[in-house]
Design a protein around this ligand. Structure first.
Ligand SMILES: [Zn+2]
Ligand SMILES: [Zn+2]
Length: 397
């Protein structure tokens, strides 16, 4: 492991910020206190800030030398609407809100890198430190782009990093191409005709039709999609009726679709709609089909991935780098940045949970779990990765 020495020297300061953020989690687009702290820290280190992109977003701008080259580094700042069950000193003080995805750690790692880069300035060009709101479902990345991020901050490449529980601390991983899935939701209402349950012939039973649709949809995955493409279609809610002896008017199907490519997603959305419409029509019913695309697939660019792997190897050693990590069907809104700019999103191992302070919950230390905590041992590793990435990408000519 080759960490950047001065970063190790101020690890305690960065850890204090991380734990303070953990104790004061804020949800999508409400990251006011977090945003103020990030802006105040950057300002204290002499880094100019741009605020208001994506409502609570903050961008720090460090220019050095004369090169027009520019690179973006991104951290997310938001927490989740869930109750933390850890009772250690830095546990959440906001009921029903928790940093259970480690965005407190991501913010702290980028602040650590910012402090070093502002002090040492061993690069030629511009570094944009992008602190984004609302990763957890609020598409904060897209909102920052819509608000003019890339016009105000014209960068050539952008990089992101997420902690990865289960992978050992001190390891990093990534893969070129699709690494995380698109996430999409569907809401379907089958409109039949209610009747007495003893006289089904006098109505149109929406429950049976919904069941037919649910079954048929799975054949889109098993029979219509190429076996070489990856996708999942999960129906997570079926709602209908209120009595044992009443056939209801309507039945609802709700769920999620995940894919790694846009063409597969287009096909699934279209076929789901057709199957629902035609199945309902076959039984004399109607259907209301709504399909909402949330985050696109996260697709790492080949060249930037190769570059990130080189830097990872320098920081944690080649034996601790997996450059062909198995993709996950989870989603991540950094995907929007990668649609707009070349770049790469990497994972940094968070360990199994042995780092947690006494008083942690009895659950596993995994993302979105009430017993989770970010591993502070990663702070110098992640910050060193950011620093070396900048110094290599913007090396003086
Ligand atoms: Zn999350
Ligand atoms: Zn996350």
């Amino acid at each position: 492991m080759k960490l950047v020495d001065p970063i190790i020297a101020f690890q305690a300061e960065i850890q204090q910020i991380r734990r303070d953020l953990h104790a004061h989690p804020e949800l999508c687009y409400e990251e006011q206190r977090t945003s103020d702290i990030v802006a105040a820290q950057l300002t204290a280190w002499g880094i100019p800030v741009i605020r208001g992109l994506g409502k609570t977003g903050v961008v720090g701008v460090i220019k050095n030398g004369s090169s027009s080259r520019a690179i973006g580094l991104r951290a997310d700042m938001d927490a989740l609407p869930m109750q933390e069950i850890n009772t250690f000193a830095h546990a959440s003080r906001h009921a029903g809100k928790m940093h259970a995805c480690g965005h407190d750690g991501h913010t702290a790692m980028l602040l650590g890198a910012a402090k070093y880069l502002a002090e040492q300035r061993n690069f030629d060009g511009t570094v944009y430190l992008v602190f984004q709101p609302a990763e957890e479902g609020g598409a904060g990345a897209r909102r920052m782009i819509d608000d003019g991020l890339f016009e105000q901050c014209p960068m050539e490449e952008i990089y992101g990093m997420h902690n990865w529980p289960g992978a050992a601390a001190g390891t990093m991983s990534v893969t070129a191409g699709p690494m995380m899935a698109s996430s999409n939701e569907f809401y379907v209402t089958v409109k039949g005709k209610g009747a007495h349950a003893a006289q089904p012939h006098k109505g149109i039973d929406p429950v049976m039709i919904a069941v037919q649709i649910a079954q048929s949809w799975q054949t889109i995955i098993s029979r219509q999609k190429s076996p070489l493409d990856t996708a999942v279609l999960s129906i997570t809610q079926i709602h209908a009726g209120s009595a044992t002896n009443v056939i209801p008017d309507e039945a609802n199907l709700v769920g999620t679709v995940r894919t790694f490519t846009q063409p597969v997603l287009d096909m699934i959305e279209q076929r789901m709609g057709e199957v629902a419409q035609h199945t309902a029509a076959a039984f004399g019913a109607e259907v209301d089909f709504k399909f909402r695309r949330n985050y696109p697939p996260l697709v790492n660019h080949a060249e930037q991935t190769r570059f990130a792997v080189e830097v990872m190897k320098e920081v944690v050693g080649a034996e601790n780098v997996d450059d062909q990590v198995e993709p996950t069907m989870g989603a991540e809104d950094f995907a929007f940045f990668l649609q707009a700019k070349p770049g790469c999103y990497v994972f940094i191992g968070n360990g199994e949970g042995e780092h947690r302070d006494g008083g942690h919950g009895l659950g596993p230390c995994v993302l979105h779990n009430a017993s989770y905590d970010f591993n502070d041992n990663l702070l110098p590793i992640g910050a060193s990765f950011w620093v070396k990435l900048v110094e290599k990408a913007l090396a003086p000519a």
